[in-house]
Design a protein around this ligand. Structure first.
Ligand SMILES: Nc1nc2c(ncn2[C@@H]2O[C@H](COP(=O)(O)OP(=O)(O)OP(=O)(O)O)[C@@H](O)[C@H]2O)c(=O)[nH]1
Ligand SMILES: [Mg+2]
Length: 402
């Protein structure tokens, strides 16, 4: 402002990039189409002491069950609808020249640059949040049950390992839905990585109920009781939480045995497992027992709770995000890299250099002044620095002549 002193306002902050847990979403498909996101930049400061506008935050919706891992290793679980996490904070705006006015500097031509916002790769990983998990040996009839209970259309075939990836289906009741996960069959050693099921056991960790699907008359002639034990052992060995989940035992393919044989088997299992585990005789071929199974699922999975209990209990799983603001690190290092050549490193020094336009004499004088106050000049002199020597600061080499 001619003869009137400085009047440049501050620049605005850059917007943050946030992820928000959105209950309408069930997959991460949207990220196949678009994977680069940038929040709005802050506005430039203007004359008449007008501050630049802050950049708008960018909010990206992700489905419940999304695990977020930032480039620096911090990670978060977005589980409850509405939860938000800032994955990249916008940069601070630079201060306008008004701020640099002092008794000796009435007309500063000096203003700061804004700092860059955070930038990096964020990995998203969706953990299925099913209410009910179907577990059992390969070929036990899990996918057939899912196909009957829900509209899902999983592959069903008369050989083991038909299901290669988990399939989700939604059981529709009058007033609510349950998500059922069919996972690949488990085999002996699954908890240690044998077969396919191991990779997917994690998917049923957060269910609230497991349906153990047990073939009443396995084609391979194996003993159902031994088969049952194999699955239970693998679940327990994978994770105690899995072992602790409530169970329903579904004795499958009942149409392949005589009704009295099926009933006798059910009674024997009830005696073995006690009152805590409902035992149902089912057939995906005749639909026998399926309505009863659906009713039991709805009864056993409590309604009106938006997330599985195991997750709600571990609230601290959703880590508070720490936003790293400048001004944290003050330390710097001075190195002599050659005759009359020095290098100064450190976050505060880097920021100082990033903030200022070193082509501008007044800015350079300001930087030198700050370096002196920070003790950088003294540290340089201790190492033998003489005015006019080359100094690398914040990646820029220049002749320093303070
Ligand atoms: N008769 C009869 N056959 C059934 C029934 N349920 C499943 N099957 C048959 O059993 C075989 C295996 O069924 P799936 O549903 O694919 O079994 P799964 O447990 O999903 O098998 P994996 O995906 O390999 O773990 C298929 O040939 C089905 O047609 C049933 O209730 N009655
Ligand atoms: Mg299957």
């Amino acid at each position: 402002m001619p003869k009137g002193g400085p009047d440049g306002g501050d620049g605005g902050r850059g917007g943050d990039v946030l992820l928000r847990c959105d209950d309408n979403l069930r997959d991460l498909q949207a990220f196949r189409r678009k994977a680069h996101f940038r929040a709005q930049r802050g506005g430039h400061g203007q004359g008449a002491q007008r501050h630049g506008a802050d950049g708008e935050d960018l909010v990206i919706a992700v489905p419940p069950g999304t695990q977020v891992e930032r480039w620096d290793g911090t990670s978060f679980d977005l589980v409850r609808p509405g939860q938000e996490v800032t994955v990249a904070a916008g940069g601070a705006g630079g201060r306008g020249n008004t701020r640099f006015k002092s008794s000796v500097r009435q007309a500063p031509r000096l203003a700061e640059r804004g700092l860059p916002g955070e930038e990096g790769v964020v990995r998203l990983h969706l953990k299925l949040l099913a209410d009910v998990g179907l577990v059992g040996l390969p070929n036990a009839g899990k996918s057939s049950l899912l196909a009957r209970l829900t509209r899902a259309d999983p592959k069903v075939a008369a050989y083991p390992f038909t299901t290669l990836d988990p399939v989700l289906g939604t059981l529709e009741a009058d007033d609510r839905q349950l998500v059922i996960a069919d996972i690949p069959g488990l085999i002996e050693g699954a908890s240690e990585g044998a077969g396919l099921g191991h990779d997917f056991l994690a998917h049923v960790e957060r269910t609230r109920l497991l349906v153990h699907v047990l073939d009443l008359a396995p084609l391979d002639g194996s003993d159902p009781e031994a088969n049952h034990a194999v699955i239970e052992r693998e679940l327990a060995e994978h994770d105690a939480r899995l072992a602790a989940l409530p169970r329903i035992l579904a004795l499958s393919k009942a149409d392949l045995v005589a009704p009295d044989v099926a009933d006798a088997a059910a009674d024997a299992w009830r005696a073995r497992l006690g009152d805590d585990v409902p035992v149902l005789v089912t057939s995906s071929a005749t639909r026998a027992g399926l309505e009863e199974l659906a009713r039991e699922l709805l009864r056993r999975v409590p309604a009106a709770e938006p997330v599985p209990e195991a997750v709600a209990a571990g609230e601290d799983e959703v880590a508070e995000f720490r936003v790293f603001r400048p001004a944290a690190g003050r330390a710097f290092e001075v190195e002599r890299v050659g005759a009359g050549e020095f290098r100064v490193t450190g976050a505060a020094v880097d920021r100082l250099i990033a903030r200022h336009d070193l082509e501008n004499d007044e800015a350079l004088a300001h930087v030198e002044h700050r370096l002196r106050r920070m003790g950088v000049i003294a540290a340089l002199e201790e190492r033998g620095f003489e005015p006019g020597d080359d100094v690398e600061l914040g990646g820029v080499v220049f002749e320093l002549d303070p």
